[in-house]
Design a protein around this ligand. Structure first.
Ligand SMILES: [Fe+2]
Ligand SMILES: [Fe+2]
Length: 233
């Protein structure tokens, strides 16, 4: 039996930039100071730096992308609770559902980041071990997931703020990594996920695009801080 998977009509995730726009986006990030990270954010960044090194690397990014999906999963779960609670008020339920759809799209975008990083790790033959690359990401994700939904329950604005800090950290890590590794300009994008994520001239541009996605995620979360719940509760 042949199973045919239809290819998406448009590329998933935030807008894809041209080569010039990607370089400009990188410069903008490098010229912008990082956000002031909260204690909770530092509680996640610190162990990651200790376990995987302060410098960026493909294995460290793969690990970060595992935990990047977590708050979107937590918000999706909270959204379904809210839809159920407001199911008799169709206007409100629809607006909550729109937030769920956004959370799912961002999860998918983070999933492609993870798949791309995993592919780059494999292509470079980089070694990974069970403790650092299975157990530790699971433990940090577990902590982050519960912090995200609990925060959303008691103070939704703080949940979005925490994600904005995480995304700001990711944006700066990617753009700095590209700046510190100019040889990546000469490594062609393998294009493993070109149908879904686009094809770039080099791995440097591919990573700049991912860094720009993180900026879009950050800006979305900062915007949602103004209206953290559509129900106003
Ligand atoms: Fe990401
Ligand atoms: Fe992100």
């Amino acid at each position: 039996m042949t199973i045919t998977i239809e290819k998406p009509q448009t590329l998933a995730g935030p807008v894809k930039l041209t080569r010039e726009q990607l370089k400009q986006a990188q410069q903008e990030t490098l010229d912008t100071p990082r956000m002031r990270y909260s204690l909770l954010a530092k509680l996640m960044f610190k162990p990651v730096d200790i376990l995987y090194g302060k410098q960026g690397s493909f294995t460290k990014f793969a690990m970060l992308e595992i935990i990047a999906r977590v708050p979107y999963q937590a918000w999706e779960r909270m959204g379904y609770w809210a839809v159920h609670r407001h199911r008799s008020r169709s206007h409100l339920a629809r607006r909550v559902f729109e937030r769920i759809v956004e959370a799912r799209e961002d999860q998918d975008n983070e999933q492609f980041h993870l798949l791309i990083m995993e592919d780059l790790v494999d292509r470079q033959g980089l070694k990974r071990n069970w403790l650092l690359h299975r157990a530790a990401p699971w433990a940090i994700s577990f902590f982050y997931y519960h912090v995200s939904w609990l925060l959303f329950l008691v103070h939704p604005k703080s949940s979005y703020r925490l994600n904005a800090e995480f995304e700001d950290h990711a944006e700066h890590e990617y753009m700095t990594f590209v700046a510190e590794n100019p040889d990546l300009e000469f490594v062609p994008d393998p294009g493993t996920y070109a149908d879904e994520y686009g094809r770039y001239r080099s791995v440097a541009d591919l990573m700049r695009q991912i860094g720009h996605d993180e900026r879009v995620h950050k800006l979305d979360s900062l915007e949602k801080m103004a209206q953290p719940t559509v129900t106003g509760s």
